[in-house]
Design a protein around this ligand. Structure first.
Ligand code: ADP
Ligand code: MG
Length: 245
């Protein structure tokens, strides 16, 4: 599904990504772990086209996507969640998901065509499956933090991606909210066959949901493989798991 090879990225001479390598097999949940500042978010921004790589390759479904524009990458079936706090917070829950659903359908762009009635049923089905239907007419800003996070994922899935990227999906969540996200990730993977790439600082969660783990240390991939192999890897233990306790 996704293949990252020898990726490099510097910011003003600071080498944030020195040698990132990553494989996401079709239908698997893969976690990227590493200490703060390891380059996880930078790697995600390179994959989604929001940052340009200095060198290296990113392949998606055996197509080269390195340094394509973000909307082109999204259209190929790679989607990520964005923090809603920053965008569309005054639109209703239904409208937010509807925008994503409409975007996928490639309507001819008649500027003033009313969008309110487009694809309402498809949008309602998405809200139903995410347990958000009761909030459909509320503004996003009125939702609880956990519901907003679920909505962010629902919006990312509105475009029907093949691969979903989640950058620390449970950051700042209560244990109950975290469990809800974990169950959602498992459901999307097991029932929908979606491939998921995530970063996460909660190691229990990582070892619970991920089929493969990649360890990033100072911008470099130092290990990649099955969770039990990563747990027993000496270089990983000294670089990361040891530090984490
Ligand atoms: P992580 O997500 O693993 O915590 P990041 O990818 O956010 O790490 O950051 C990796 C390193 O790159 C950090 O040292 C960070 O300060 C630096 N960095 C990230 N984005 C930028 C930027 N836009 N400009 C300069 N430095 C950046
Ligand atoms: Mg980060």
């Amino acid at each position: 599904m996704l293949q990252v090879e020898r990726l490099k990225k510097a910011f003003d001479g600071f080498q944030a990504i020195t040698d990132a390598n990553l494989l996401v097999p079709n239908g698997e949940v893969v976690a990227v772990i590493g200490p703060n500042g390891a380059g996880k978010s930078t790697l995600f921004n390179l994959i989604t086209g929001h940052l340009k790589a200095d060198s290296g390759h990113i392949g998606f479904k055996s197509e080269e996507i390195t340094n394509l524009a973000p909307h082109k990458i999204c259209h190929k079936g790679l989607s990520r969640s964005f923090q809603l706090i920053n965008i569309f917070s005054t639109l209703t829950v239904l409208e937010n998901v509807q925008i994503a659903v409409i975007a996928k359908h490639n309507f001819d762009r008649k500027l003033f065509r009313p969008a309110k009635k487009l694809l309402v049923e498809e949008t309602l089905a998405v809200l139903e499956s995410f347990g958000l239907i009761e909030f459909k007419d509320q503004s996003c800003s009125s939702l609880s933090y956990g519901d907003q996070k679920v909505l962010e994922i629902a919006i990312a899935l509105g475009s029907k991606p093949k691969l979903l990227l989640l950058d620390e999906p449970t950051a700042g969540m209560s244990p109950d909210e975290t469990r809800r996200i974990v169950n959602l990730i498992k459901k999307l993977s097991q029932e929908e066959g979606l491939s998921i790439l995530l970063t996460e600082h909660d190691m229990d969660l990582v070892f619970d949901v991920a089929q493969k783990i990649m360890v990033l240390h100072q911008g470099c991939t130092i290990a990649q493989g099955l969770p039990e192999d990563i747990r027993n890897d000496k270089s990983v233990q000294s670089a990361y798991l040891g530090e984490a306790g």
